[in-house]
Design a protein. Structure first.
Length: 193
């Protein structure tokens, strides 16, 4: 179910997202409130913008919204600024939810996009990848693997380390199956299969 909602939401975003939109706010009758938070997280990962998705009830009068944020944007604080458009809301910096009347959706969307536009800069919306340590491929060995295992378990409060290799080239790329590539990395210090 969440994949169907994600596909539908991506299709809408691709048609409607404007370059200056600092957030995404979408709603649909067919979106189940139990999974829209997961889908909102995936849209945040894909588009790098705070995202709210709303699933409307069977009558279409009320909707339940669920949202996820990007680093540096207080989602609950932003909802507080536009709370006059909502029946109720709650959450925290990175995730929030609300109940909204259908006739308030457009005003909420405009207001929330306005708040996000005021608080976020183009740099905040630029895709980025956190790199914890840059190292040469020659350093990637069993000793490093053992060291990484000492950092486990990894999760939300203890993210897995991300390593970067500068000037690496993909060599000998070939397709494996329908959606995968196999290749060798070479940065001049070593070759990693």
């Amino acid at each position: 179910m969440d994949q169907l909602i994600l596909d539908e939401a991506i299709e809408i975003v691709e048609k409607t997202l404007q370059p200056n939109d600092a957030a995404i706010v979408l709603g649909a009758e067919t979106w189940h409130p139990g999974v829209i938070g997961i889908v909102a997280s995936r849209l945040v990962e894909r588009y790098g913008r705070p995202t709210f998705l709303i699933g409307w009830d069977e009558v279409g009068e009320f909707g339940r919204g669920s949202g996820r944020s990007i680093s540096g944007f207080d989602l609950h604080g932003a909802l507080h600024q536009v709370g006059m458009h909502l029946e109720k809301y709650g959450g925290h910096t990175m995730a929030a939810g609300f109940t909204i009347r259908r006739d308030k959706f457009d005003a909420f969307r405009v207001a929330f996009l306005g708040v996000a536009g005021e608080l976020l800069t183009p740099d905040d919306l630029a895709p980025s990848q956190r790199v914890d340590l840059e190292l040469p491929l020659a350093s990637v060995n069993e000793d490093l693997e053992r060291l990484i295992r000492h950092l486990e378990p990894c999760g939300a409060g203890n993210p897995a380390p991300v390593f970067g290799v500068r000037n690496a080239r993909a060599v000998g790329a070939r397709r494996v199956g329908t959606n995968h590539l196999r290749f060798t990395l070479d940065d001049g210090s070593a070759v990693l299969p």
